[in-house]
Ligand binder design. Structure first.
Ligand code: A2P
Length: 275
């Protein structure tokens, strides 16, 4: 693996294994800068969403980063209220406009709202018409995947969910593997002000390897076979979060990391969210 490593989705499209997350990245220059810093460091994958409220800033970053659009992998997500209001297509067009692009590499249903299976047909149409290169879901548990499977003609290529050492999601990972979906970890570092990066076990591994805690955590994700989407608005962190391809965690160290799981969620629970 190196910074250009990719995973093949079920339809053959390749997704870079590391992407910049932009949840809680404030609209404005700081987000545009973060995208430019990321691309300069070697990222080619940005994970956006309509509800983050910063698609225009991400778009500015994409337009001004100096790397042609077709070399970038851009994801966005269809927001819950747009599905509830039946304005899936309008929301998709708004996303394209704000991001300043005429296609997406990956479009996801953000949460399994009541009419998510109906919305999936819209994503299938967008995929068939070539406006998106791949489609998938986010925050889906087994029952949501089953509800979708009962209606879907195309199996989601990706499931993106909260995942970090305190929420290791092994059963969900296994399920996605069985169904041929690539897993993407959001909040891979445990989210904003989360406890993961100060875990004593992780700090010990960081010390042993001469690495940061974030690098240890991100390397653990990669060795688990996940795509990681760390967010930062700091140039130094954006760069160092990509320096995870020149060391390896041993089997015993991976096991130590695996034992940190506490099923601790920092974001919404797909089984009982109310937004
Ligand atoms: P910041 O944007 O101020 O750098 P996650 O990706 O799990 O959601 O976690 C992101 C959080 O961790 C953000 O609050 C981000 O803050 C912080 N962060 C990102 N990279 C690092 C790093 N290398 N070291 C410490 N904190 C980091």
């Amino acid at each position: 693996m190196d910074i250009h490593s990719k995973k093949k989705l079920s339809n053959g499209v390749e997704i870079p294994v590391t992407g910049l997350g932009v949840y809680l990245s404030p609209a404005g220059e700081v987000t545009a800068d973060s995208v430019r810093w990321a691309v300069e460091a070697g990222y080619r994958h940005i994970d956006a969403a309509a509800v983050y409220g910063n698609e225009e800033s991400v778009g500015e970053g994409i337009r001004t980063c100096g790397v042609p659009r077709e070399q970038l992998f851009i994801t966005s997500k269809l927001w819950n209220d747009d599905m509830r209001k039946g304005r899936q297509r309008e929301a998709f067009q708004e996303t394209l406009k704000k991001l300043g692009t005429d296609y997406l590499d990956l479009y996801l249903i953000h949460w399994p709202v009541e009419n998510h299976a109906e919305s999936w047909h819209v994503l299938e149409d967008l995929y068939r018409s070539g406006l998106v290169r791949a489609i998938g879901v986010s925050n889906y548990h087994r029952q949501h995947l089953d509800e979708l499977a009962a209606e879907a003609e195309i199996v989601p290529m990706v499931n993106q969910f909260e995942c970090h050492p305190y929420l290791s999601q092994e059963p969900l990972m296994e399920l996605c593997r069985e169904r041929g979906m690539v897993c993407e970890a959001y909040s891979p570092l445990g989210g904003q002000n989360g406890p993961v990066l100060s875990d004593p076990g992780i700090l010990k591994l960081a010390q042993d390897h001469g690495r940061t805690a974030a690098q240890i955590v991100l390397r653990w994700h990669l060795q688990k076979g996940r795509v990681v989407l760390p967010k930062s608005n700091h140039r130094e962190r954006i760069c160092s979060n990509l320096e995870i391809f020149d060391f390896e965690l041993s089997a015993a160290e991976m096991e130590t990391m695996d034992h940190l799981n506490q099923d601790l969620r920092t974001g919404g629970n797909p089984d009982c969210f109310d937004f």
